[in-house]
Write a protein that binds this ligand. Structure first.
Ligand code: SF4
Length: 697
């Protein structure tokens, strides 16, 4: 490597021209593989997140939280393997994985990027990314994501422990200017947290005033399993969050920038002027292609088909959200990449995403959220023009289609049901793979009457069997008059349907599934409900696993430990309406049903409520209880007493301790009891909204 980390161009193993050809070939291969439902892929990943080192110069409260791990750098042998086995095929590298790429391993990053002509997607906290480093990589820089959660120095430094706000803000301003000059996409990113929510509109304005044309506000993922209490989407009312969002959108409009709001869905508000610098050509092409794939393969996450993450020790996962190694595909220090890429776990993950039979972690993830029904897609205009030389505005969207619902998925063809449609002679059903203009299928359907004057149209099996299985066909229905010469009505939205073909789970896969009683360790925002609408009723979250199941315990960081202590709740102040309490009981029963064996013996902090002891055929006792196993009539007087009572219950056969959400205060009030539980018994469910269950066996 040359001075300043630059590499002699003559040593490049892949030239930029070769890189373009490789990327195009890979994409064409992948398209065919996805369409035919292949599990083993000849195509290779498009992007890799590589943790060249695990070192970060900060310790953010939603990440390491003051508790950074011992520093590690990737070994030269592993770097060589990544270069030789992944480098030739990769289009983009993101050198970030709960670490800061511009310290410790910056030279390795620069070397890899230049040697293989890979584009660099840089996510950085900006403390060390300055003009000199920018110059080293500007020719391969695809984008810079500036991860700065607040423009208020005090708030910023409170979130980003160890940060120097003045240095970060100075670098941010320099890099924004350089990105403008070299037309490189520059994104300001802030995680939406309780700490920074009230000032978010001002943060958006601050980015814009600095020359950042794109600001992205993203929801918090509790990847360290101790940041849930910072999740603003859980903490504030939906009206308040909406108000903040609208102020951010108004700011973006005033400043003529683009705003991404990634809290529940991908909402994009683009107010940039026509000549504003957009993403690099290759990135824009790939983003558009990914959007098309989202329609063509609903529910198939892009990280599961052509991305991956390599950690500092060589562990390979599909994505950076797999902080607990739930989806680990293999280890590049021990295996060749081909063995990992087409191993049983990788194939099973592809199968899972084709069929929506997801492993527990993906099931909680927003990347498998399905695209909503659309007002229009390109095939709609093509059909109108080719069939009737007509345009969308001339055909009333008035057909009242009752079913099938959007995202109908079944092995058998659907029956279309609609309300009576006066003045229509016949119907034309049109559908297209991914809603695009190629491969459109059209068929006239005959309507049968219903007793309630509605209509039914059968989609013929011959058409259904011609469709590719496990992919998305977007459809619309036209009502036609005058023997087929004039469309007079159409269904108001374009919906999607999938011809389902089950695929058996793959032997030897390490993936764990909800129906095996495995809960995801973290919630990744799938179907996220933003804010609460009723006081006292928090947004729902899926039940999550605790620290059991062989997973390493999440050690509370120093800051969290302090917070937890301060957050002790006086039970006398906890109020819950009778309706919410009944709802809670139902939710706890559902958790027990899916998490505990049918013969389990459970002790429950029930406060004497018999309803909290009914769990199908399982035995359940009050905790604490008297000799006759009736409720003792009081809460444990202190921790020592609770520990003694618990151990006696265990001797008498108790296998699980269940703390309903109404008794979560026990874990902060009885500190020694909580420590006793946490050091001896894994929490197999830890869900503050429903219940926590400790495995006492
Ligand atoms: S956890 Fe989410 S991002 Fe990762 S592979 Fe699963 S669905 Fe994709």
């Amino acid at each position: 490597m040359g001075r300043n980390g630059s590499i002699d161009a003559s040593r490049a193993r892949v030239t930029p021209e070769q890189r373009d050809r490789i990327s195009k070939r890979n994409r064409a291969l992948l398209e065919r593989e996805l369409l035919s439902g292949r599990l083993d892929f000849e195509s290779r990943p498009y992007e890799a997140h590589v943790q060249f080192s695990n070192v970060c110069n900060m310790s953010c409260i939603m990440c390491w939280d003051g508790d950074n791990p011992p520093a590690k750098k990737m070994s030269p042998e592993l770097l060589e393997r990544i270069g030789s086995q992944l480098g030739p095929d990769l289009a983009v590298i993101t050198p970030h994985e709960a670490s800061e790429p511009t310290v410790v391993s910056w030279e390795e990053t620069v070397d890899m990027v230049k040697r293989y002509s890979i584009d660099l997607a840089l996510t950085t906290n900006m403390q060390e990314f300055d003009e000199q480093k920018f110059d080293q990589v500007k020719s391969r820089l695809e984008m810079v994501v500036m991860s700065i959660d607040s423009h208020v120095p005090e708030v910023f430094e409170k979130i980003r422990l160890g940060a120097k706000a003045d240095k970060v803000f100075r670098n941010a301003s320099t890099i924004a200017r350089l990105c403008q000059k070299y037309r490189i996409e520059c994104i300001g990113q802030a995680v939406f947290m309780t700490e920074n929510t009230p000032m978010m509109p001002e943060t958006v304005a601050w980015f814009a005033d600095m020359g950042v044309p794109f600001v992205s506000i993203v929801g918090l993922n509790d990847t360290n399993r101790r940041s849930w209490h910072l999740d603003a989407a859980l903490h504030y009312s939906s009206e308040y969050i909406d108000w903040i969002k609208n102020r951010c959108v108004a700011t973006a409009k005033e400043k003529k920038i683009r705003l991404a709001w990634f809290l529940s869905d991908y909402e994009m508000f683009d107010f940039r002027e026509a000549d504003a610098p957009g993403p690099k050509h290759s990135k824009a092409g790939n983003d558009a292609w990914d959007s098309q794939m989202r329609l063509r393969h609903p529910g198939y996450c892009r990280f599961a088909y052509n991305r991956l993450r390599v950690e500092v020790a060589g562990n390979v996962s599909p994505c950076g959200l797999d902080s607990q190694h739930e989806l680990e595909l293999g280890n590049l220090s021990e295996q060749d990449f081909d063995e990992i890429w087409n191993g049983p776990t990788a194939q099973d993950l592809r199968r899972a995403h084709y069929t929506w039979d997801y492993p527990s972690l993906c099931k909680t993830c927003r990347y498998v959220d399905l695209a909503p029904a659309m007002d229009a897609l390109p095939f709609l205009d093509t059909v109108l023009w080719q069939q009737w030389r007509s345009r969308r505005g001339f055909v009333a969207p008035t057909l009242e289609v009752e079913s099938p619902q959007h995202m109908y998925r079944a092995t058998d063809p659907p029956t279309i049901r609609l309300a009576a449609a006066a003045g229509i002679d016949s119907f034309l059903f049109a559908l297209s793979l991914g809603g695009q203009t190629q491969g459109i299928e059209m068929i006239e359907l005959e309507a049968g009457g219903r007793s309630d004057a509605g209509l039914e149209l059968e989609v013929p099996n011959s058409l259904w069997q011609r469709l590719h299985s496990n992919v998305g066909y977007w459809w619309t229905l036209f009502g036609v008059r005058n023997g087929g010469t004039a469309p007079v009505a159409r269904s108001p939205e374009v919906r999607c349907m999938v011809r389902h073909a089950p695929i058996a789970r793959i032997d030897g896969s390490r993936l764990k599934y909800p129906d095996e009683g495995h809960f995801a360790p973290i919630y990744l925002g799938g179907d996220r409900q933003v804010g609460w609408t009723e006081r006292g009723k928090l947004p729902t979250r899926p039940p999550l696993a605790g620290i059991g199941g062989g997973q390493p315990a999440a050690t509370p960081g120093p800051r969290f430990a302090k917070l937890r202590k301060a957050a002790a709740v006086d039970p006398a102040t906890v109020k819950m309406t009778p309706e919410h309490y009944q709802e809670l009981i139902g939710q706890i029963r559902a958790v027990v049903e899916s998490a505990l064996p049918a013969q389990a013996s459970i002790v429950v902090a029930s406060k004497g409520d018999l309803e909290l002891l009914w769990f199908g055929g399982r035995s359940a006792w009050h905790f604490p209880c008297d000799d006759a196993r009736d409720w003792a009539g009081f809460h444990p007087p202190n921790s020592d007493w609770a520990i003694g009572h618990l151990e006696r219950m265990r001797d008498e056969g108790a296998e699980y301790l269940l703390l309903p959400a109404t008794a979560h205060w026990w874990l902060s009030h009885y500190e020694q009891f909580a420590a006793h539980l946490r050091t001896r018994y894994p929490a197999i469910v830890e869900d503050i909204e429903r219940c926590t269950i400790f495995d006492l066996r």
